[in-house]
Ligand binder design. Structure first.
Ligand SMILES: [Zn+2]
Length: 396
C-alpha cells in the first residue's frame, strides 16, 4: 500500500490514479482548480446549459427546468439552493428514500423542502430493499450499495417521467476522490454508471434470487430514454469552483442542516459530523471498507482537509489513527437487526472481507500491519492465507 505524497490517499482505493511523482488524482485536480482550469469558460458553459434548459422547459410545457436527486445532506442543500437562487432554475427535488431513515436525515430533507422546493420521493419496496442489502452485504461487504443506487437512479427516473430537460448531480468522484482511471472527468454526468459507488449493483446485476426486472424498477437507470429525449445531466462541482466538502457543510448548516451532534466520534469513525446523515448503515459499512482496503471515512475527511490547506499531513495521520475504521457496537446491532442476521454472522462475514495483506490477527483482534502515511510493502504470500473462522475478534 502506497500513500499519495501530498495527502493520505492510499493506492488501495479501487481505480485510483497516481502520477509518476506519486501524487493522487484528487490532489492533481485540486492544484488544477487553482491554476489551469478556466473557470470563466466553465461559467459560460453552465450559463448556456441553464438557458437551454429553461427554453426547453417552456417549449415542452414542463413545470420544472431541472431535477436534483437529493439525500437531504450538505451537498443536497448546496446544489438545490445554488440551482434555485444563483442559476434561477425551477427545481424539482427527487429522493430515493433509504429504509430506516434517521431522525436527522428526515429533519434535513424537510428542512431543504421548507426553503421552497417540490419533492418527489421514491421509496423502493422495503422487502426488496432489505433483500438486496443482505445480498450485497454477504457478496461484497457493501450494505448500502443498492440503496445508494436507488437514490442515484431516482433523478433519472423522474426526469424521464416528467420530461425534465436537465439533471443536476453534485460531485464527480473521478475528480474529488481521484478515481479517474476509466472515468469521465468532464461536466457530463451521463457517465454516472461508471463510478465506483454504482458498479455491480445495476438492475441487471441484481436480477436473480427470484427478483425480476419489474421488481427492480427503482434500481434501473432509464439511460436509453434519457439519451433519446436529449436530457442533459451535469456535475455541478465541475462548474462551481466554490464546491467543497467543508464549504458545502458550512453553507448547509447556515440553512438549517443538522449533523450527528450527539454521537461519539469514535463510534462513527470520523471527526466531522456532517456527512452520511440519513442512514446509520453507512457507519458499519465504512468499517468494513476499512478492513477491505486499509482506509475508512476519516481518511476521506483528512484528504479533503489537507488539499484545502486546513490541516497538516502530520495531524491528518493522528486523526486517521484515532478514528478510521471505528464503529460503535450499537451500529453493528442496527445492521444485524435490519438484515435479520446474528452478530456471529456479521463478524464471520466481516472476517471474510478483511484484507490479509494489510491486517493480521493478534489476540483475537485484527491489527493493521501498515503504519498510516508510510508506504507499506505487502507480502503477496498472505493473499492465500486461510484464516480460521471465529467470533468476537473484531475490536469494535
Ligand atoms: Zn493526494
Amino acid at each position: 500500500m502506497k500513500y499519495c505524497k501530498k495527502c493520505l490517499q492510499p493506492d488501495t482505493r479501487p481505480n485510483i490514479f497516481f502520477n509518476d511523482e506519486g501524487v493522487c488524482g484528487a490532489c492533481i485536480y485540486e492544484q488544477q482548480k487553482n491554476t489551469t482550469i478556466d473557470w470563466e469558460s466553465r461559467k459560460k458553459e453552465l450559463e448556456s446549459i441553464v438557458k437551454e434548459a429553461k427554453e426547453r422547459a417552456v417549449s415542452s410545457n414542463s413545470p420544472y427546468d431541472c431535477v436534483i436527486g437529493v439525500s437531504g445532506g450538505k451537498d443536497s442543500h448546496f446544489q438545490a439552493l445554488y440551482a434555485k437562487e444563483k442559476l434561477g432554475l425551477r427545481v424539482l427535488l427527487g429522493n430515493g428514500a433509504p429504509d430506516g431513515i434517521t431522525a436527522v436525515g428526515q429533519h434535513n430533507i424537510d428542512n431543504l423542502c421548507s426553503q421552497g422546493f417540490d419533492l418527489i420521493s421514491l421509496k423502493p419496496n422495503p422487502v426488496i430493499a432489505k433483500k438486496l442489502a443482505k445480498k450485497a452485504f454477504f457478496d461484497t461487504g457493501n450494505i448500502v450499495a443498492p440503496s445508494e443506487y436507488a437514490l442515484w437512479s431516482s433523478a433519472y427516473i423522474i426526469a424521464d417521467k416528467f420530461n425534465i430537460p436537465l439533471i443536476i448531480q453534485g460531485e464527480n468522484a473521478a475528480l474529488t476522490l481521484g478515481i479517474s482511471k476509466n472515468s469521465d472527468t468532464s461536466g457530463n454526468a451521463l457517465g454516472v454508471l461508471n463510478i465506483n459507488t454504482l458498479s455491480g449493483c445495476r438492475a441487471d446485476d441484481l436480477c436473480e434470487d427470484g427478483l425480476g426486472k419489474k421488481d427492480l424498477y427503482m434500481y434501473d437507470f432509464p439511460l436509453s430514454n434519457v439519451k433519446e429525449k436529449n436530457i442533459v445531466a451535469i456535475w455541478l462541482q465541475y462548474y462551481a469552483k466554490e464546491w467543497s466538502q467543508i464549504g458545502n457543510a458550512d453553507f448547509a448548516v447556515a440553512r438549517g442542516l443538522l449533523g450527528r451532534m450527539s454521537e461519539n466520534l469514535h463510534d462513527i469513525g470520523r471527526y466531522r459530523r456532517f456527512s452520511a446523515l440519513d442512514s446509520d448503515l453507512c457507519i458499519p459499512n465504512q468499517m468494513i471498507k476499512y478492513y477491505k482496503f486499509g482506509f475508512g471515512y476519516a481518511t476521506d475527511e483528512v484528504c479533503y482537509d489537507i488539499r484545502e490547506g486546513r490541516i497538516s499531513r502530520e495531524d491528518a495521520v493522528w486523526l486517521v489513527q484515532e478514528y478510521d475504521g471505528k464503529c460503535g457496537e450499537r451500529y453493528v446491532d442496527l445492521v444485524c437487526d435490519y438484515l435479520g442476521i446474528t452478530k456471529v454472522e456479521f463478524r464471520n462475514t466481516l472476517d471474510k472481507f478483511v484484507n490479509r495483506k494489510l491486517f493480521e490477527k493478534v489476540k483475537g483482534c485484527w491489527i493493521p500491519k501498515f503504519t498510516v502515511g508510510v508506504d507499506f510493502e505487502e507480502d503477496e504470500s498472505d493473499i492465500a492465507e486461510d484464516m480460521p473462522q471465529s467470533v468476537h475478534y473484531i475490536k469494535l
